[in-house]
Design a protein around this ligand. Structure first.
Ligand code: TA6
Length: 315
């Protein structure tokens, strides 16, 4: 079974304004919708759309969770969250306009997690996980959560020998990096922060990977996303870079999560690495063309995958 874990899920309010948003003028709302937020939730939507059975789990506040759950049920996502009394599911905002320059993301903090909450989560929601399962930790816990609590979660999961995919950043990525992880997906800034070397291109990434090969010994697949520069997947044996076709940027919030759902689909259906990156790039590109942050258009993915350029890398 595949479990996604969202440690800080959200309900996003997507606000579309007419024309190009700018300071000093009245940016009038042309459309406002509620959508799924919080990364792992988006990965579960993607996997469900791709026909991959998964359980969408995580930890959130009880208040307002029903609204998030209803949004997930629209995609027939199987949910099983630990709900914390006295807290609410956080509310984020995604602002889009007609500039095709990308969205503006404004996020609330969320609940401070503790070891006790993590232990309750594991015993109530992940009690049966084992070495045949995949655990997709996508999205950071709230900033107020001590990194030692995140390490506690990783250690509890490591005991089960389940395979872990981590799409987290900052201090949480640095922590995940120390553990035995199947796949991590930093963007170029997170990758630069991880290895302490500035990375601006695919070439920089390869050089940095080769110069730090020992530090990646616990990571089977290193996937680095470089925005418009494309992405790359490196293992000890081989590496490829991927360049998606240009698409109209309606809303790029959620594209990284859609990309992850494409990676996981390819991973669990045993695709070659060259195919894994092509498919994930097409899924991410299809997501960008959608007004909402969650989901993508499957038939559009199958069209876009033909336009993804792949280059084999010397690793
Ligand atoms: O990746 C997209 C997204 O999940 C948005 O839907 C928004 O909720 C945001 O990221 C949350 O990011 P955070 O890092 O605060 O969990």
């Amino acid at each position: 079974m595949i479990y996604t874990i969202t440690l800080n899920p959200a309900i996003d309010t997507i606000i579309n304004v007419s024309g190009e948003i700018s300071r000093g003028k009245n940016n009038r709302i042309s459309k406002k919708v509620k959508d799924i937020g919080g990364k792992g939730t988006h990965v579960s939507v993607g996997l469900t759309l791709l026909g991959i059975e998964n359980i969408c789990t995580g930890i959130t506040g009880k208040k307002d969770f029903d609204e998030l759950n209803k949004l997930l049920k629209r995609f027939n996502v199987d949910t099983n969250f630990l709900l914390i009394d006295k807290y609410a599911t956080r509310q984020n905002m995604v602002i889009t306009d007609h500039s095709s320059e990308g969205s503006i993301l404004i996020t609330d903090n969320g609940i401070k997690l503790t070891n006790e909450i993590v232990d309750n989560f594991i015993s109530e929601k992940l009690n049966d996980i084992n070495k045949n399962d995949y655990i997709i930790i996508s999205g950071n816990p709230s900033n107020s959560t001590n990194v030692s609590v995140f390490e506690h979660l990783l250690d509890r999961i490591e005991e089960t020998k389940a395979k872990v995919v981590a799409d987290v950043s900052g201090k949480y990525l640095n922590m995940a990096f120390k553990k035995k992880i199947e796949m991590i997906k930093p963007n170029q800034y997170e990758f630069s922060e991880l290895i302490g070397v500035n990375v601006d291109s695919i070439e920089d990434c390869i050089r940095a990977y080769k110069n730090n090969i020992d530090t990646f010994k616990n990571i089977k697949y290193l996937c680095v996303s470089l925005g418009k520069e494309g992405s790359m997947i490196l293992t000890k044996e081989e590496g490829y870079s991927f360049y998606p076709p240009i698409v109209k940027n309606i809303n790029d919030t959620g594209a990284g999560d859609a990309f992850v759902s494409g990676l996981i689909y390819a991973l669990v259906t045993h695709k070659e690495i060259s195919e894994m990156g092509k498919f994930a790039s097409a899924v991410g590109s299809s997501n960008v063309e959608e007004e909402n942050s969650s989901g993508f258009n499957i038939s559009r993915v199958l069209e876009l995958v033909k336009g993804v350029k792949v280059e084999k890398l010397e690793v």
